[in-house]
Unconditional design. Structure first.
Length: 333
């Protein structure tokens, strides 16, 4: 077999491995609330989330994939060595944060690693597409803020709507509604996160001349990335589920519904605009929002602060790891 084709196949497999790990690492985003409120057991929650992760491509466009594939760095500098470095940098950072049970962003790990690898290749920031990177960086602040505001607003609306209802009846209603909100959030998660890997594979195919347009996403890329994401979610990320579902604040089914719905609306909006936001940041903001609706002290701000610190560190840390892997990948073109 042609060595160039072998390298292409190898890198596609590595990209799908990152996608699988993304699903595993970020499974907590989709299922933490529904598990912590005991509406579903962890076993059935991951099956529920994985299914909706997989079918997400039926409901959203491919704007995020195009942003990642051609809007973060100049697609004409893409090479096997650069993609290898970016994927390995992102995977390494994901494994470190997964082991430490820190809900960092797989999305921003990949973006940071892409930028780091491009800097290593061209010796500076000349290849960075600042408009695309700016949108992504803004998402670090904007997505959790919108998630926070929407979740807080939903809690207020729901509280007034069910003001005269008995707690038992309201709890029963929201236990059922949480199935819907969890599915909605999983669609948003699969729709935004799987597209990052689609963009990487699309850039790789363009670099090899397999496609003639930067950002073009063949259907086989779409379906395999969604499948890898769904399988990763099936394997779950239980250490991070505990952090997201109970360490930040204690949730009731009503609050879980509001957090998931607020987070899902944010993700669908970002995906519609083609912005690769972090599902981790989004659901964390929403969970903090519902916690703060009770009282400010209901949120464990120390845990929230450590999570925010991980957000800030992720971009440069993954970037530095990608630089290291770029020099380790000297055997590639």
């Amino acid at each position: 077999m042609d060595p160039t084709l072998l390298i292409l196949v190898f890198l596609v497999v590595v990209a799908l491995a990152f996608d699988f790990l993304n699903g595993l690492h970020d499974a907590a985003n989709s299922i933490a609330t529904i598990v912590s409120t005991r509406v579903l057991s962890a076993k059935w929650a991951v099956i529920w989330a994985a299914f909706f992760n997989f079918i997400a491509f039926l409901f959203v466009g491919l704007g995020v994939a195009k942003t990642v594939g051609s809007g973060i760095i100049d697609p004409h500098i893409i090479s096997d060595r650069l993609i290898f470095a970016a994927l390995m940098g992102a995977i390494s950072w994901n494994l470190i944060t997964w082991w430490a049970a820190i809900p960092s962003s797989s999305s921003h790990a990949l973006i940071g690693a892409l930028v780091g690898a491009s800097v290593a290749k061209v010796g500076g920031l000349g290849a960075v597409q600042w408009a695309g990177l700016g949108k992504t960086a803004a998402g670090i602040i904007v997505s959790p803020t919108i998630g926070f505001a929407l979740a807080l607003l939903l809690v207020l609306i729901v509280s007034w709507t069910f003001l005269k209802s008995s707690p038992f009846w309201a709890d029963k209603v929201f236990r059922k509604l949480q199935f819907v909100s969890a599915a909605f959030y999983s669609l948003g998660h699969g729709g935004n996160d799987a597209q990052k890997t689609m963009g990487i594979i699309a850039a790789l195919l363009f670099a090899h001349g397999a496609t003639h347009q930067p950002g073009h996403i063949p259907f086989w890329v779409v379906i395999t990335c969604q499948a890898a994401m769904g399988l990763g979610t099936l394997f779950g990320g239980w250490r991070i589920v505990h952090t997201m579902g109970s360490k930040i604040t204690r949730l009731t089914p009503m609050q879980g519904f509001c957090a998931e719905t607020g987070g899902a609306i944010t993700l669908f909006l970002a995906t519609h605009l083609g912005v690769p936001v972090s599902t981790t940041h989004t659901i964390t903001g929403a969970i903090v929002g519902v916690g703060a609706s009770r009282r400010v002290s209901a949120v464990r701000w120390g845990i929230a602060k450590s999570i925010v610190t991980a957000w800030i560190v992720t971009l440069p840390a993954a970037g530095l790891m990608a630089v290291a892997f770029y020099y380790l990948g000297f055997w590639m073109q």
